[in-house]
Write a protein that binds this ligand. Structure first.
Ligand code: ATP
Length: 257
């Protein structure tokens, strides 16, 4: 049974059919890419899977459990983490505090415990700090731990966002254009840290990406989405060179064919 299984999922915004009979099977450790022209419905698919929108039709099963009807915080707690196309970081919070705050959702001492200075609370706090530092190191941002996010280079901010998503120990990570706006060097660092996280946790990853270099480096399987429908899917090379995909991209500026 796949870890994440989307079947016959459709979604309308009023009269607009944004996603149509969409299917996805993602196994543990698999990396699948989702490509497609602007407005094809890629981010809508992420929002449907993670509970931001409720699909008009279809089912989303994760680890055998139905996700449709669950809220984003519930899908995250179940093990489905994501990053956003527009980064959602608090610019005036330190890097370490970002990671610790995400980790708090996993701690067990509850709201009262957070105010009481018990030995257990202190132990858990220490553990959260140590673990957060491990994640910062894994994503090559440990040297920025005490700094405010606003002062970090852009590529490092995006790696902080990934570390924050990973510290809840998800089984599936959804990455929405993780390299958008990056320099080639920043892009290569991002590829490196995604690969590292994937290998270390046997993580399943579902990735929206416009840069085909990233897709080729990371993905075993790719879906090309056009007008809310999967036009072609398969190995990255097959999909990239498929005449239907090339035709769909004519006029698009952002894809590096
Ligand atoms: N909340 C919304 N209300 C109405 N229409 C929406 C909403 N969100 C997205 N759409 C429309 O649904 C379609 C798919 O949008 P979506 O953002 O999912 O595309 P995308 O493939 O992620 O595009 P991009 O690559 O530009 O991010 C577009 O026509 C968009 O205008």
């Amino acid at each position: 049974m796949p870890l994440l299984h989307v079947s016959d999922m459709s979604h309308n915004f009023g009269g607009l059919q944004a996603v149509s009979e969409y299917n996805l099977s993602l196994d543990p450790g698999q990396i699948t890419g989702l490509i497609g022209p602007n407005g094809a419905g890629k981010t809508t698919i992420f929002n449907l899977i993670t509970g931001i929108y409720r699909p008009t039709r279809g089912s989303v099963r994760f680890d055998g459990e139905e996700l449709v009807g669950k809220k984003p915080n519930e899908t995250a707690a179940m093990g489905l983490a994501r990053t956003f196309q527009e980064m959602k970081l608090w610019r005036h919070m330190t890097v370490l505090d970002h990671i610790k705050m995400a980790r708090y959702s996993k701690l067990s001492y509850g709201l009262m415990g957070a105010f009481l200075d018990t030995p257990r609370r202190r132990r858990e706090e220490r553990h959260a700090t140590e673990l957060s530092m491990e994640y910062l190191e894994m994503f090559a941002v440990d040297q920025f731990a005490g700094q405010l996010v606003v002062n970090l280079p852009y590529g490092a901010q995006r790696r902080v966002e990934m570390a924050r998503a990973m510290v809840i120990e998800p089984k599936v990570l959804l990455l929405d254009e993780p390299t958008v706006g990056m320099t080639p060097d920043e892009m290569m660092s991002m590829i490196e840290v995604v690969r590292k996280a994937h290998e270390r946790f046997n993580l399943a990853i579902f990735l929206i990406e416009h840069r085909l270099k990233v897709v080729h480096e990371l993905c075993q399987h790719v879906q090309a989405l056009v007008f809310g429908k999967v036009l072609v899917e398969g190995a990255p090379n097959e999909v990239q060179n498929h005449p239907k995909v090339i035709e769909a991209y004519i006029g698009e500026q952002e894809v590096e064919f």
